[in-house]
Design a protein around this ligand. Structure first.
Ligand code: GLY
Length: 389
């Protein structure tokens, strides 16, 4: 920990200025991205426009809600509601929803809309998404499959990212009074915590199971450096995911997983606390950073800090404030001519000879999830934020 004290904590003034800067940027590009959504990552630092068909579309809508909560500017709320209608149509008509990312899509759009405005259509959309997510649950192996291909051995896997889809299920149980959502979420969490974590506290990205028996087969990576390395964003999902499941369930294993994952993460950061895209990359190598992993990890630390004893809570909050300071100084977009995103130096997919990427996609770019989690982190530091997750 000591070495990270080189970076000071972000100040209250900087937190406000960070949120102001992000809100200004969001308002500036709102006309372009109301009926259309942002690509998952920018190209040459500018996002393109896409329809509501990717797993990442919810992040932009989540940014609109965060900026709306801060500024109370009705144009943000109106645009977010237009997008929530699009999310309603998407799940109703089953457009590109044959995968597990229902939480990324619907917690930040429709659950947020319901929590902030009481909109019933948004609530219905989010419950449909939760029902869809349940169809990805596999009794053989007791996990939520990342894609809806129950008979395909090559695809019979869970990935660490899915921990972020579980809050949609906890929320669905709360609003419907039906425990079936929560029970599956807990089972998936328990399976994940058993198979994804390694002795040293690093997390694998993916785990393959036997399609016939459900038996554990092996850990591997899709976007990390190699099968036995630690993909930074995956490690960040392994920090934030348990914090969220803890909030809804109070399961003790969540804290164990959080501590192990965070401690490994902290030991593998370069001096500026912005990780390379894989934590096993050594400083000085010509690999890209992933600022989005830093923003995600911060949100996880700030969430779990709410559930820890004072000394430990202060420890993780202190780290979080130093990481956000580095993001603020080194990654935040300040010039709209440079980029239409919020956070530079993110990496979506980086090709290595040992992963499943066929090329780079979003290497040292803005990423929609990096933007979202940076703004969420600032919001968490500014107020007692009632989360959308
Ligand atoms: N969930 C996929 C990713 O984080 O890139």
């Amino acid at each position: 920990m000591q070495e990270h004290k080189k970076i000071p904590q972000i100040t209250e003034e900087e937190i406000r200025e960070g949120i102001n800067q992000c809100s200004r940027q969001i308002l500036r590009i709102l006309p372009e991205f109301t009926d259309k959504f942002q690509t998952a990552a920018s190209k040459n630092l500018f996002y393109g426009k896409i329809d509501n068909t990717d797993w990442t579309n919810g992040f932009w809508t989540g940014e609109l809600w965060l900026a709306y909560e801060y500024s109370k500017d009705d144009s943000l709320k109106e645009a977010a509601m237009i997008q929530c209608n699009s999310f309603y149509e998407r799940i109703l008509n089953k457009i590109a929803v044959d995968h597990h990312d229902m939480g990324f899509l619907y917690s930040l759009s429709c659950v947020a809309a319901y929590k902030l405005t009481g909109n019933e259509k948004a609530k219905d959309a989010a419950i449909m998404a939760a029902d869809n997510l349940l169809t990805m649950y596999r009794t053989k192996g007791e996990f939520i499959q990342s894609v809806n291909m129950p008979d395909n051995q090559e695809e019979y896997r869970l990935i660490v990212d899915c921990l972020m889809n579980l809050p949609l299920l906890y929320w669905a149980s709360e609003v419907t009074g039906d425990d079936k959502y929560k029970n599956i979420a807990i089972t998936h969490f328990e399976t994940t915590s058993k198979v994804i974590m390694r002795e040293d506290g690093s997390a694998a990205q993916a785990v393959l199971f036997d399609v016939n028996t459900g038996e554990y087969l092996r850990q591997y990576t899709r976007q990390g450096y190699s099968d036995d390395s630690s993909w930074s964003r995956g490690q960040a999902w392994a920090i934030y995911g348990p914090a969220l499941t803890y909030k809804y369930t109070g399961i003790k294993e969540c804290k164990d997983m959080f501590r192990k994952a965070t401690d490994y993460y902290m030991k593998h950061l370069p001096e500026d606390m912005i990780p390379y895209f894989d934590l096993t990359i050594i400083e000085g190598d010509d690999w890209p950073r992933d600022s989005s992993a830093a923003a995600i990890a911060v949100c996880g630390m700030l969430e779990m800090a709410k559930h820890l004893e004072q000394e430990e809570a202060e420890y993780y909050t202190d780290i979080a404030k130093r990481i956000v300071k580095s993001l603020y100084d080194n990654c935040m977009v300040r010039d709209p001519e440079l980029s239409n995103g919020l956070l530079l130096h993110g990496t979506y997919c980086c090709y290595t000879p040992y992963n499943l990427m066929t090329g780079d996609n979003g290497r040292d770019e803005c990423c929609s999830f990096g933007d979202y989690f940076y703004l969420e982190a600032l919001t968490r530091l500014m107020c007692d934020w009632k989360m959308y997750w």
